[in-house]
Design a protein around this ligand. Structure first.
Ligand code: COA
Length: 408
């Protein structure tokens, strides 16, 4: 059976002149999106696909007429199977030019030949800064902010999270039904969720008082910010989950299809359900068991940035062992999370809300309350285990100082 990739962005049209390594289009498979670059200098003679068409792996993508082949036949760029390594390399006159597709695109947009740029990255890799420096030298152009500055939001201000999010898109009523094929990442969702349906889900919910954690994050957020990292609540949720998984390893396990064997995973690769332009993606933070909260935050920033650019790669999207979904950053209180096979457990957290609660003295105080909903594979996990894990996770988050005792 042929693998399929969807053509999602096109950078050239028929008649355009292209050079080697110029971006031709972006294709998306059910795992990643990749920029296809030209192998030749020449003129685009034929495009085989329109935007959002399904391109067949190994079939022609575009015909390019090269100088050498003028009046004879044209060279053909084929659709590759994606994903391949996002950091592609090509040969130029016997010399390797290393650069990511984004850097190649930046070079192309500014008519810069990569062969003329000196790369300052590992093994001479050409970085975005190298292109910008080159451009500055050529044109005296002012450099845009560094990538670190790009991901930095303005200094945080306290917000009321219960404010409804306004509808930002115009409402369009066409009056007609519309049918379209399910493609790209959505196809993965169909496959994964259909497989998940075979798992008997056990659900367990509780509320967590994050009053102390909210205070702690307010203190740590500017410090992390000064070190170039945006610190949300997720890194604490992930670290607390990992500490819990050390005590309840069955929740960080997988079962084979016939449910004969359980594999206890050594790494805590915790997936985060991410709402992206391309739909729901679940990249994972690798080895949370050996990461500090700051390191988790930094990795989460990286994944969020890649997610927003549609550039999450296969490594980021595979190998998860446990998942946490923060639907609360959008809204809502409860969820019914669906396990991502071959994982066996998943948690979903709702919005943190200011609510009245009683302290030990029976006095009412303003608490920061968040609800958590867990789902576990009931074939191998019983309710008591899920409940004990949840209690432990909750105790770390309600008393963040407890985490210090167990952090490595
Ligand atoms: N309640 C209240 N506020 C929350 C919150 C919650 N549950 N979760 C996050 N926030 C706050 C953050 O602290 C941050 O506030 P700040 O600007 O004061 O620092 C703000 O909301 C934005 O956070 P965000 O950038 O979304 O980071 P995050 O680490 O909390 O979440 C993702 C990262 C990837 C999980 C999130 O961006 C996302 O995609 N959520 C949707 C997940 C989804 O679709 N789930 C359903 C799967 S079926």
């Amino acid at each position: 059976m042929c693998e399929l990739n969807d053509c999602t962005t096109r950078y050239v049209k028929e008649g355009d002149t292209v050079s080697q390594f110029d971006s031709i289009c972006e294709v998306q498979s059910d795992k990643a999106s990749v920029t296809i670059t030209s192998r030749y200098d020449g003129v685009i003679k034929k495009l085989y696909y329109n935007l959002d068409d399904i391109a067949y792996v190994g079939k022609p993508l575009v015909d390019i007429e090269t100088e050498a082949l003028k009046d004879s036949e044209e060279d053909v760029v084929e659709t590759p199977a994606v994903p391949h390594d996002e950091h592609t390399h090509q040969e130029i006159k016997g010399q390797k030019t290393l650069a990511t597709p984004a850097v190649r695109r930046l070079a192309m947009e500014n008519n810069i030949k990569l062969s003329e740029v000196v790369g300052s990255g590992k093994d001479g890799r050409i970085l975005k800064e190298d292109i910008l420096n080159y451009l500055e030298k050529q044109t005296g152009a002012i450099l845009p902010p560094s990538p670190k500055a790009e991901i930095m939001p303005p200094p945080p201000t306290p917000k009321d999270r219960t404010t409804p999010i306004p509808i930002s898109k115009p409402l369009v009523f066409t009056g007609k039904d519309r049918t379209e094929p399910i493609k790209g990442f959505h196809k993965t969702m169909v496959k994964t969720m259909s497989a998940a349906l075979k798992i008997p889900h056990f659900g367990y919910c509780d509320e967590v008082d994050l009053t102390e954690l909210v205070k702690l994050r307010e203190e740590l957020k500017p410090i992390a910010f000064a070190r170039g990292v945006k610190l949300s609540f997720m890194p604490f949720f992930l670290k607390a989950a990992s500490l819990g998984l050390l005590q309840f390893p069955i929740l960080n396990a997988s079962v084979d299809e016939s449910c004969q064997n359980i594999t206890y995973k050594a790494s805590h690769n915790i997936g985060i359900a991410m709402d992206t332009e391309q739909g729901l993606l679940v990249p994972n933070v690798k080895n949370v068991q050996i990461c500090s909260v700051f390191e988790i935050a930094s990795e989460l920033n990286r994944l969020q940035k890649l997610g927003s650019l549609g550039q999450l790669g296969t490594t980021d999207l595979t190998g998860g062992t446990f998942t946490l979904s923060n639907i609360g950053s959008i809204g809502g209180t409860y969820a019914k999370p669906i396990i991502l096979p071959p994982e066996v457990a998943i948690g979903a957290v709702g919005s943190i809300k200011a609510l009245p609660r009683f302290n030990e003295k029976g006095e009412v105080y303003k608490a920061r309350i968040m609800n958590v909903s867990w789902s576990a594979d009931h074939r191998i996990i019983d309710g008591a285990t899920m409940s004990r894990f949840s209690n432990l996770w909750k105790s770390y988050l309600e008393n963040p100082a407890f985490m210090l005792l167990d952090l490595k």
